[in-house]
Design a binder for this molecule. Structure first.
Ligand code: TYD
Length: 211
């Protein structure tokens, strides 16, 4: 039996998700937390969407390629993210949780509600149904929403932007509002101020787990 108690919280078989806008440092924070939990003796699977599987990586390339700017339909985009999520959940996340591992994922269900729901205007109820099926109803146990104002997040990007990163500020304003509204009353979500440096954000995340 794996020991997964950290800071008085049992983390074996638990799903921890990092969410937020692009350029908020979610993936870095997911990696740092995974390492910290490993140091505490947890068996951790570090993963993320879109991608995390061979099928998901193929879909990711379609989703992010600038070749598809202006042609990829919003509903088709939603379904492609759900293809990646279904494959990722069934191939990686759910089996690892069943084995008592702690899964740390950069993005999960909330991203589709915020980006495709609030950002693109697709019905939230429909997205939830698809999320539910794709993940066999498995929600995150703990979510860290790394929150950064849109201007701050976008100013961090240097170099080429992918198809979604090239969206206008108004799109990101809607997505951020989505993340904040969707999580406002959810006690499993910790909203973390991501405007500080990497170490400060990591300390805030660890503090939520009693580390
Ligand atoms: P991102 O987290 O930026 O991947 P990485 O950090 O590995 O580059 O995710 C890629 C993009 O996909 C990002 O702009 C957010 C978007 N996205 C959605 O629009 N909906 C979703 O359901 C998911 C998972 C991601």
């Amino acid at each position: 039996m794996l020991s997964g108690e950290v800071g008085g919280i049992e983390l074996a078989g638990k799903l921890i998700v990092f969410e937020g806008l692009d350029f908020t440092g979610k993936t870095t924070q997911a990696r740092l937390l995974a390492r910290r939990l490993q140091d505490e003796g947890c068996e951790v699977v570090l993963t993320g969407e879109p991608g995390g599987t061979a099928v998901g990586n193929t879909v990711r390339e379609i989703l992010l390629s600038r070749r598809n700017s202006g042609t990829l339909d919003d509903f088709a985009e939603l379904l492609l993210f759900l293809v990646s999520r279904a494959q990722h959940a069934r191939e990686v996340v759910l089996p690892a949780l069943d084995q008592g591992k702690t899964v740390v994922s950069s993005r999960y269900r909330l991203s589709s509600l915020a980006y495709q729901g609030y950002g693109r205007g697709i019905d939230l109820g429909l997205i939830e149904r698809l999320n539910e099926e794709a993940t066999r109803g498995r929600r995150a146990d703990i979510t860290f929403l790394i929150d950064v104002p849109v201007e701050v997040a976008l100013a961090r990007k240097r170099g080429d932007r992918d198809r979604i990163e090239a969206e206008a500020v108004e799109f990101y304003d809607r997505v951020r509002r989505g993340f904040l509204e969707l999580t406002a009353d959810d006690p499993s979500v910790h909203r973390i101020d991501g405007t500080g440096d990497v170490d400060a954000t990591a300390a805030a995340v660890a503090g939520c787990l009693g580390l």
